[in-house]
Ligand binder design. Sequence first.
Ligand code: AMP
Length: 215
Amino acid sequence: MNIIFLGLPGSGKGTQAELLKNEYSLGSISTGDLLREEVKSQSSIGIEIKRKMENGELVDDDIVIEILQKNLSSSSYKNGFILDGFPRNIAQAEKLEIMLNNINKKITKVFNFIVNEDIIIKRITGRYLCSNCGAIYNSFFNKPKVDDVCDKCGAKEFDKRADDNKETIINRINIFNHSNFKIVEFYSKKNLIVSVDALKSVPQIFEEIKSSINN
Ligand code: AMP
């Protein structure tokens, strides 16, 4: 089972990926996370990546593809994977087909998370993460049960992503809108697209995704 999640940043892909990963013992691959790791490692390429990410621009295809390829070939993903944040354009979608062909894998479903942009802006600007376990919270919609204490691991330190601000998100939404419909079309032709109403609650969406997978 190799799954792609498409959707605007803040559409809930990360939350669902975490749930699905645990339910089916899948690997989860977020190209955004892989790029953030590269930035942290302070490699020479990390500086260029950081600049693009902070402006809400896409990182060059060659760089993202190389990082993804390394990850795909170094991890076994025995039961399959969930790919979040890739592809972001048709060139990446085509390259992904080739990469997967080479390792005898293919995409089995593509979930397209649909949500309106006003909600996205609130979700993104309010988003923060537990520094210890990465659990995702939101200052508008989803605070921890006890203020400033992570529900999952009890840690008291939280981080905010550098690109989760209003200026950057508008750029990220524009870039997404420019290319996502072509990606949806690409996978529609292969009968792989499943639309997800990302305004529904987290458990409702999770049930819908599971029932689509089980069918
Ligand atoms: P995300 O965590 O998916 O919201 O991605 C955060 C940022 O990482 C994006 O705004 C881009 O700068 C970069 N990024 C993530 N995935 C890709 C990709 N597939 N192609 C190019 N840039 C990407």
